[in-house]
Design a binder for this molecule. Structure first.
Ligand code: HEM
Length: 319
């Protein structure tokens, strides 16, 4: 968005806390049907807390938009080729007069909500899976050493990121094992007929709310020979070509799929290539006692328990 929230330095805590509570309360609302009754929703206090936090986040984003607008008009028309997303929206508003301030706020909210927890869940789980799989981690270190040199500090360029092909496979495999968005919901606009394994046809009537589970699709043994084992080779070109594309839908599919998927992979590759250049991780828990919690965004029940070690120069892969 072109602004610094500095959430990890403890700034704007109120906004960060409000976003967290909105997600938690929304999840409870989805889970417990009695909360759909307005009197119960408000009597439990959740309704009031939800409204308060929505107002807080809306006011925060409105303020950011206002400040950005003022800055842009002070600076004059920026001739920067690559504008931040918010600046793009403000430019469209100014030139085409099609977007109101509230339209812009809604777009900013969507991107902020969809774009932060999803990637951090993806990054966290990739680190965890590589902790469980030292052989894959070794392969990754080798790739990074070849591209960047041992424990290099240099920022990755787009070219470097493109070369991190094994890292990309690890990220995609981690999203297959634990997709950040555990549930995709749609209301059917027309009757849908599906085949049941018994040979019967099942009609799902229009108006029904249907949930699709990316994790169930991704653990289908018809698509993956050993579906419960972490194996980045599942993303070799040949393996992808021979597979039903709907067996891998962490970014959903169809016209309302994730608009940020390329950006998300780029972001994860940037963070993880920087991290794994210098560090190695060892998992302090076993795969068996890892319990991911399907909230709005999938997260580990008990955090990600790993030991982080600075890599020794003896680990360096000499070219
Ligand atoms: C690993 C990271 C990510 C995952 C797994 C992910 C997954 C998804 C999924 C499953 C949907 C569809 C939700 C639905 O249909 O109900 C979605 C939608 C969306 N995502 Fe992502 N996302 C990620 C990162 C991002 C990022 C970084 C951005 C923005 C920079 C973003 C922006 C969006 C937007 C705007 C939508 C709504 C698209 C629409 O409704 O047309 N996502 N994402």
């Amino acid at each position: 968005m072109g602004i610094q929230v500095n959430a990890q330095l403890g700034h704007n805590n109120e906004y960060v806390h409000a976003v967290k509570r909105i997600s938690e309360i929304t999840w409870n609302h989805m889970k417990f049907p009695w909360l759909w009754l307005k009197p119960i929703w408000y009597l439990t206090g959740l309704g009031f807390e939800f409204d308060k936090n929505v107002k807080l986040t809306n006011d925060f984003v409105r303020k950011v938009i206002q400040e950005r607008k003022e800055l842009l008009s002070e600076e004059g028309e920026s001739d920067r080729k690559r504008k931040a997303f918010l600046d793009l929206l403000l430019t469209i508003q100014k030139e085409k007069k099609t977007l109101s301030d509230e339209d812009i706020r809604e777009e900013v909210d969507t991107f902020m909500f969809e774009g932060h927890d999803t990637t951090s869940s993806g990054i966290g789980f990739t680190i965890l899976w590589l902790g469980f799989n030292p052989d894959c981690q070794k392969k990754l270190h080798k790739e990074l050493d070849e591209i960047f040199g041992f424990a290099s500090d240099q920022s990755p360029t787009m070219d470097d990121i493109k070369k991190c092909t094994y890292l990309e496979k690890c990220i995609k495999e981690s999203l297959r094992m634990f997709p950040s968005v555990p549930l995709i919901a749609r209301r059917l606009s027309e009757d849908v007929t599906i085949d049941h394994p018994s040979g019967q046809k099942i009609v799902l009537p229009a108006g029904l709310s249907a949930c699709v589970s990316p994790i169930a699709a991704a653990r289908d043994p018809r698509a993956y020979p050993d579906p419960n084992t972490f194996n980045p080779d599942n993303f070799d070109i040949d393996a992808i070509a021979g597979r039903d594309p709907y067996a891998y839908i962490p970014f959903s599919a169809g016209p309302r799929n994730c608009i940020g998927q390329k950006f998300a992979i780029l972001e994860e590759k940037t963070v993880l290539s920087t991290f794994f250049r210098k560090y190695e991780v060892e998992s302090l828990q076993t795969e068996e006692n890892l319990r991911p919690i399907p909230e709005l965004i999938l997260r580990p029940y008990n955090g990600i328990r790993i030991k982080i070690k600075r890599r020794e120069s003896t680990d360096y892969v000499v070219l």
